[in-house]
Design a protein around this ligand. Structure first.
Ligand SMILES: *[C@@H]1O[C@H](CO)[C@@H](O)[C@H](O)[C@H]1NC(C)=O
Ligand SMILES: *[C@@H]1O[C@H](CO)[C@@H](O)[C@H](O)[C@H]1NC(C)=O
Ligand SMILES: *[C@@H]1O[C@H](CO)[C@@H](O)[C@H](O)[C@H]1NC(C)=O
Ligand SMILES: *[C@@H]1O[C@H](CO)[C@@H](O)[C@H](O)[C@H]1NC(C)=O
Ligand SMILES: *[C@@H]1O[C@H](CO)[C@@H](O)[C@H](O)[C@H]1NC(C)=O
Ligand SMILES: *[C@@H]1O[C@H](CO)[C@@H](O)[C@H](O)[C@H]1NC(C)=O
Length: 803
């Protein structure tokens, strides 16, 4: 106490020199903070801080509230997004105007407007609410003046909006709003900046009152346990979130309207270990690209852009071929055609000038100016080609042709269009397609060196910025890669994916006549290759064993399914060859080999590497089971099928092949599928094969990762240890988990996680498939988002899995 007083005292007295000092609790009128590094006030518990947050290592600061105890200082409220404060700006608590932020030149950057009364003190409480107190009332609070985030115990009254930011690192006001309207409906919508015009919402809670019974929404509440609901006037609740996992005692929560328009509820374990992070618990809407349709604006993305969902169900915006970003730094902005199409006399016949880029299941719904029917695709093409107004024609439903004009709005990928074809008119002379949805096509024109240099310079900035740019880099390298790919002659895309079709000859050449073998598996032999011999862009070419009972169509269908998967924990399929008897798949090449050689090799990987790999495999499987458009059961999860990239990220390989190879074959043919030691018991019992078969194998791999040994080890000194699953359960039951990680100091020091991993693994290897968790549940348990119940003995079937 005395110390605190002393600190407060010295803070006030020595203000000019010690501007960066921190104080806890109440702030009195006259107190101030300077915009320099580490300048903040902390809430009594230390969970939250209020003060200056440096932007991108520039000499600019954001006045903000953030979660202060976790490594990723997450901003939950900010004041001066539009006008960042230069170094040396000053925040002063005044009696009449509350907080006032002024630049070193004396310019006022922000203040707490509308103060009715005399301010006595300022308080940052442990819920993260910053309040200004008068003698007996609260005059202003950040909870009633939110930015883009709600915190537990915060309530939004009617008319108070959450506003998205411009991007993860740019706090200027963005285009998305969440607000409880006066009719009681909670809506998510875009607005037309710089005006306040609200467009048609892309989400509506339907909680307006009606004449019958239901009572209108009155407040949006984020309660202390992390539930979000619309409270109706009659106190009934309309729950937005469905499940909350983990207790508020152990988790931080926040609900943020992201810069891309998705409203998400996140949780973060309070006890931070090195790699804990915010996990999405719930988000809305499911598909923003198709949920949004506006008449007087561009939609989720800019004009002429196409919205597609990524693996995290977040929108990606991209320009179609022949179009480039108006602002190259704003990926979510509008695209412009990089050719001029005019109705003036053209120098040559239109056939020589224009070509069509065909996109499947893409539409710009409200840009029509003509509908032609009945019409054939050929006539539709012709008609658009010769019509100088026509920018794109959509051919759908077998005989209808919609012609559309610029600017195109509401662009989206919509699988429910059932194979609609968008015939996009582009000027000839452009290079072959990169694949439909790649933003920022300009980048590929720059040469490799300048791109890398630019990215390195950008990388010099802050952490948040880095995250965004890591994504950009991946994209950048992808372009470079594509550029190389392009040098190959004659390829044609498979409709709807970015897969390339290779001729057999090309792959013979690419692999130097199948010279360097990388490995062999159930499906065939894998060779190293290079698509461009003069460069270092290696690929892995898998030559499939001859397949029985399958037609070309089935092969294409399956390859297409694989080609549509995009996840950082899956090996990317780049292309394929379907040339008579020769069927080959071309994958990205991963430099660090298989998990088997890493895990069972000479240098044992560290505990933290192993846990990261486990999380990676879990997320990859979760994606295959639940998040990609067609559910994929792997059927052969084992360390030999997990590859590692240069950063030792786990990537699952060979997924989707089970179906390819097993078309019309009995699954009991174990000579082909399933590897001893990893195969779930139902495999041998002729029971239906479900995703739970992968959960079982994952459990085994998880034990191998935890214990750093093979699941079956015949050379074991002690016989009871030979079968890992049995031994692990014995150790667990007897409470001697340390035996499983002998001599592994890191793991021994992280007993909590070891126990969690073993428990999850035991759940996964339950004999009864219905007792095994789904991969989603398994992932959440692994990450500690939900509690792990005590697992039953894997070999009895008496206890029901009750999560
Ligand atoms: C902060 O101020 C309020 C009223 O101004 C008072 O009730 C409270 O006890 C103060 N807290 C501390 C820690 O001084
Ligand atoms: C701010 O705090 C961090 C970590 O507490 C420290 O590494 C850094 O040197 C501090 N910066 C200044 C300018 O005090
Ligand atoms: C944020 O974006 C706006 C609009 O695009 C731009 O004017 C501003 O300079 C950006 N601010 C920062 C700090 O990058
Ligand atoms: C009132 O309820 C009836 C029957 O439940 C329904 O048909 C009608 O549409 C409702 N009226 C309104 C305004 O919702
Ligand atoms: C929060 O809301 C949920 C759902 O209505 C309820 O089950 C829970 O008890 C509430 N928690 C608190 C602390 O009010
Ligand atoms: C349009 O862009 C492509 C690359 O996307 C480029 O090759 C072509 O030259 C550009 N055309 C014009 C007229 O700028």
């Amino acid at each position: 106490m005395a110390l605190a007083l002393l600190r407060l005292f010295s803070f006030l007295v020595l203000l000019p020199i010690l501007a960066a000092a921190q104080t806890v609790g109440n702030v009195t009128v006259g107190a101030s903070l300077s915009a320099v590094e580490n300048s903040s006030w902390i809430s009594p518990s230390g969970d939250f801080a209020f003060g200056f947050n440096q932007l991108n290592n520039k000499d600019l600061f954001l006045l903000a509230i953030w979660y202060n105890k976790i490594p990723e200082k997450t901003i939950v409220w900010y004041a001066n997004g539009e006008r960042p404060a230069p170094r040396g700006s000053r925040l002063l608590l005044t009696a009449d105007r509350g907080f006032v932020l002024t630049s070193p030149q004396g310019e006022q950057l922000w203040n707490t407007e509308t103060i009715n009364g005399v301010v006595r003190s300022g308080v940052l409480d442990d819920t993260g609410n910053l309040m200004l107190r008068g003698s007996n009332s609260i005059l202003w609070e950040s909870f009633k003046n939110p930015a883009d985030t709600m915190l537990p115990s915060q309530k939004l009254d009617k008319g108070v909006a959450l506003s998205s930011r411009q991007s993860d690192s740019n706090f200027t006001e963005g285009r998305f709003r969440m607000v409880l309207q006066s009719d009681g409906n909670l809506v998510l919508t875009t607005i037309n900046l710089p005006s306040d015009h609200f467009n048609e919402p892309y989400y509506k809670s339907d909680t307006a009152g009606d004449f019958n019974s239901s009572s209108p929404g009155f407040q949006v509440v984020f309660n202390e346990s992390g539930y979000l609901f619309v409270l109706r006037e009659n106190e009934e609740r309309f729950l937005l979130t469905t499940t909350i996992t983990g207790s508020a005692k152990n988790f931080y929560y926040r609900a943020t309207l992201n810069f891309d328009g998705i409203f998400s509820l996140y949780s973060h374990p309070k006890a931070s270990t090195g790699n804990s992070r915010w996990t999405t618990v719930w988000s809305n809407p499911d598909n923003i690209c198709t949920a949004s349709l506006v008449t007087a604006s561009s939609g989720v993305c800019g004009f002429n852009s196409i919205c597609s969902l990524n693996a995290e169900r977040r929108p990606n915006c991209g320009c179609p071929r022949g179009y480039t970003l108006v602002d190259p730094n704003d990926q979510y902005g509008s695209c412009k055609p990089n050719f001029t199409q005019s109705c003036e006399e053209e120098p040559a016949p239109v056939e020589d000038l224009y070509d069509f880029e065909v996109l499947t299941n893409v539409d710009w719904p409200l840009a029509d100016y003509a509908l032609l029917e009945p019409f054939t695709e050929e006539k539709c093409r012709e008609s658009c080609l010769h019509d100088c107004m026509c920018a794109v024609a959509i051919f759908r439903l077998g005989d209808r042709c919609w012609k559309k004009k610029l600017p195109l709005s509401n662009g989206r990928v919509d699988p429910s269009l059932d194979g609609a074809k968008a015939l996009l008119k582009v000027r000839k002379g452009d290079p072959p397609p990169l694949g439909p949805y790649f933003p920022n096509q300009e980048m590929k024109k720059k040469n490799q060196e300048s791109l890398i240099l630019a990215l390195l310079v950008i990388l010099g900035s802050s952490v948040i910025f880095n995250c965004i740019f890591v994504a950009a880099i991946c994209l950048g390298f992808y372009f470079i890669y594509q550029k190389k790919l392009k040098t190959l002659p004659q390829f044609e895309g498979v409709v709807g994916t970015n897969l390339r079709s290779f001729t057999y000859k090309e792959l013979v050449y690419a692999t130097n006549e199948f010279k360097e073998e990388l490995g062999r598996g159930a499906f065939g032999i894998v060779y190293k290759g290079a698509l461009d011999m003069s460069s270092s862009s290696p690929v892995a070419v898998k030559r499939l064993n001859t397949m029985v009972h399958d037609t070309e169509k089935e092969f294409k269908t399956e390859v297409n399914v694989i080609g549509q998967t995009h996840h950082k924990n899956l090996v990317r399929l780049l292309g394929f060859c379907d040339d008579g008897d020769n069927r080959l798949l071309v994958y990205e090449y991963l430099s660090n080999g298989t998990l088997a050689s890493f895990l069972f090799g000479d240098s044992r990987p560290s505990w933290s590497q192993r846990t990261q790999i486990a999380f990676g495999i879990a997320r990859g499987l979760l994606y295959l089971h639940e998040e990609c458009s067609t559910q994929i059961i792997h059927c052969d999860i084992k360390p030999q099928n997990i590859l590692l990239d240069e950063h030792y990220n786990a990537k699952i390989s060979d997924f989707g092949l089970a179906k390819l190879l097993l078309l019309n074959q009995s699954h009991t043919n174990t000579a082909i599928r399933g590897t001893k030691g990893y195969v779930a018991p139902e495999w041998f019992r002729n029971l239906p094969i479900t995703v739970k078969i992968d959960v079982y194998s994952f459990g085994v791999v998880l034990l191998e990762l935890t214990c750093c040994r093979r699941s079956v080890d015949r050379n074991c000194d002690l016989e009871e240890r030979a079968i890992l699953t049995d031994w692990a359960y014995d150790c667990y039951r007897e409470g001697i988990l340390d035996a499983l990680v002998e001599n592994d100091t890191d793991a021994l020091n992280d007993r909590g996680k070891v126990e969690r991993f073993v428990q999850v693994a035991i759940w996964c290897i339950q004999e009864d498939p219905s007792l095994r968790p789904t991969m989603r549940k398994a992932t959440q348990m692994l990450e500690g988002v939900v509690e792990v119940p005590i697992p039953p003995c894997p070999y009895t079937t008496t206890v029901k899995f009750s999560l």
